[in-house]
Design a protein around this ligand. Sequence first.
Ligand SMILES: Cc1cc2nc3c(=O)[nH]c(=O)nc-3n(C[C@H](O)[C@H](O)[C@H](O)COP(=O)(O)OP(=O)(O)OC[C@H]3O[C@@H](n4cnc5c(N)ncnc54)[C@H](O)[C@@H]3O)c2cc1C
Length: 861
Amino acid sequence: MKSHAKAVVIGGGVVGCSVLYHLAKAGWTDIMLIERSELTSGSSWHAAGGFHTLNGDPNVAKLQAYTVQLYREIEELSGQSCSLHLTGGVMMADTPERMDFLRLAHAKGRYLGMDTELITPSEAKAMFPLMDETNFVGAMWDPVEGHLDPSGTTHAYAKAARKLGAEIVLRNRVVELTQEVDGTWNVVTEQGTVKAEHVVNCGGLWAREIGRMVGVELPLLAMEHMYLLTEPMPEVEEFNKSTGREMIGVLDFKGEIYTRQERNGILLGTYEKACKPWSPLNTPWDFGHELLQPDIDRIAPSLEIGFKHFPGIEKAGIKQIINGPFTFALDGNPLVGPVQGLTNFWCACAVMAGFSQGGGVGLALSNWMVHGDPGFDVWGMDVARFGEWATLRYTNAKVRENYSRRFSIRFPNEELPAARPAQTTPLYDTMLANNAVMGDSWGLETPLWFAPKGTEPKDIVSFHRSNDFGPIGEEVRATREKVGVTEIANFAKYEVSGPGSEDFLNRLMTNRMPKTGRIVLTPMLNEFGRLIGDFTIAKAGEERFMIWSSSAAQKYHMRWFEKHLPKEGLRAPQVRIHRFDQTLVGLSIAGPKSRDLLQKLVDVDISTKAFRFMDFREMAVGGAPCMVNRITYTGDLGYEIWMAPAYQRLVYKAIKDAGEEFGLVDFGMRALLSMRLEKNFPTWFRELRPIYGPFEGAMDRFVKLEKNDFIGREAAAREQAEGPKLRRVSFIVDAADADVMGDEPIWAKVGGKDFGTVEKPHGYGAQRFDTDGKQVRGSTAAEGASAVRGIVDGDWRVVGWVTSGGYAHYIRKSMAQGYVPAALAGDESAGLFEIEILGSRRPARINVEPPFDPSGEKMRA
Ligand SMILES: Cc1cc2nc3c(=O)[nH]c(=O)nc-3n(C[C@H](O)[C@H](O)[C@H](O)COP(=O)(O)OP(=O)(O)OC[C@H]3O[C@@H](n4cnc5c(N)ncnc54)[C@H](O)[C@@H]3O)c2cc1C
């Protein structure tokens, strides 16, 4: 074993081997993988080996498509077969709601270049005759599904990596990790110490233990998972003989079951409701190639439904039941990327579908390590997406919830209950007493809307407009016409201070920094000129800036800030960054009467001239020391008021008391989001993401190319000079009783006019990849069954996608935001666009100017 390496990958499961392969392929050959036992000594060896492309997050779906496509490449390079069976598969809907869900998934697939197709239960039965199709109302066919040999595939990655120069050390456990002052890692193993520049945690079932070696508690948990294998079945053999094809994979949401052909029989696995964590506190180091005791009682309810839906399987004898553990993060997606607060410590763990996702994870992580950036929008699997609140117990509750709901519909207005309430503000009980329906905002309880007195504060979950529609409308109208108050503790808040703070922010942000007492809005870009942040910045003092942004991006942004801090050596720090989290909370008041209300609570003049739009001031509000921004996300005259939690009740009570004479109402996050739609304001992680440039995102006003050399400036200048290809626009949609939710296709009547590719951008920069759909189309069972649906329908074409939207209650219209080719972005003609909502194409019209207060005079009043 060598004593130095550029990177050490810990763990030889499918993920570690994929990371090793991708690092070697990217040109890093001085790399090692260290495995405690043999390759596949964690969960990889007993996996069912199924793979598919669909994922709730379209970006993760793209990386899954890449994984499937990669198998031929590693087979060729390694000479090792993965035993790939690209059979295709169907998802079966048993209710109209589930069919709506499939319609949504299918609609997303259109611009992602996926060839899914909605089919009838009888068509599904023709490809999987063991089912009783009368149990279902419809299905979705996906040609890019199948199964493979887990062990062969892991070894194929490993052999391919070795061929490219990587070293693999077996039967050698990593026992300790320490870091020198110069950043070098000491990877202490049973066979000696390796000095490494980078360490990658691919420890699978032991990823938590490896995290603990560096003081990090990773939010993941192993769950027991069972699948059964039947004896050979004559029906299967007969089908294979008569059609010349293998049976396809089937996913049955109702039964929480997946099933497919395995040799001459059937494999059937369940995600049962009565799920069970495995080794919740520590994973034993001596756990190896053993299976867990099957517990048939636990999966009996799923099997009962399964046998009813697939009577052909009930008759077969059960040959074996496999029960093995594998790891999940809170939302079921992987934890990938550099861990905030550490240098060169990387994660690729909690990969619950290693054979669908392992390739994409390896590619993204190797890009990140080698080129400094993942190259794709990997937010959906970024290790930074969970905060400190994701403790061991929180994770345990959330992972169990996620596992048991794996095949359940998550409605757009559905809040999940496990591990809540976690964080609360001092106003929590008051909000409950006010009949608030609370939601989870990055671990913090936040009021969503207020149910009328005497009614139960509870969402009726639906894809359609629901019981919150009326009350939110009331909140919006009262705010727009009088005044409203809402909690905004769930924003991210930072303070950047020190003599170097202004230069630091000027280097990171695209806008000029404000003068003392003023506020600016500014995007932040990566080196590729793509949007990685959107901030409100106030200059609070000579060397002090207050910053607000998206709550969910706190660790993501801290990681970026820390990476770009000036290297201080032993000097006093030039720049200090403090993340407040819940040590600073807030309230926003908005509406035409908000100034009159606030004036009653402060002892300074806040008239239009004395406290202008976009001013920042520290002042006492209702007797409590506060920071006040003259700005609101509703787009009205309004204020954001920030205070230490100890003062929040005092300020709220003062606002409520003083507001009575003005007709003050409480409003929640949903009303806030409805009001921002009427102002065409974007939201972070919806409209603004790293796949878009600032000009595509219509953030032109906030990009000052001439100010100084900020990160991403060159690329942004290029984008401006060449003209953005896409453009963010707002639509008014002629919707029925359902509004857009995000990711719906936008159609335009453009005849034969070509706007170039309409596929959603996924990657960017030098490492961009394109998944070539052709490679996976029309093979094996997909032939004949998959009519590749184009995205053209007569004169209509899919030209873009929705990012978010909803009902704009003040103008009483349905609205959507999304991206279309820039050439179409200014065209407000009626009849040009349609947006697909739940499978039905609704007329839509671009609205260049915001429908509420287009000149901004109310906001500036
Ligand atoms: C019953 C079952 C069915 C499944 N079915 C499917 C399926 O159909 N499709 C699918 O995609 N996925 C499936 N999975 C999940 C799949 O197995 C995992 O996604 C995958 O194995 C994760 O791989 P990994 O490399 O992250 O982790 P692991 O396979 O757990 O590998 C981690 C490796 O790290 C090594 N290691 C840990 N700590 C150290 C240390 N300190 N020093 C050195 N080495 C160390 C371990 O020995 C181990 O070999 C299934 C899992 C189970 C249990």
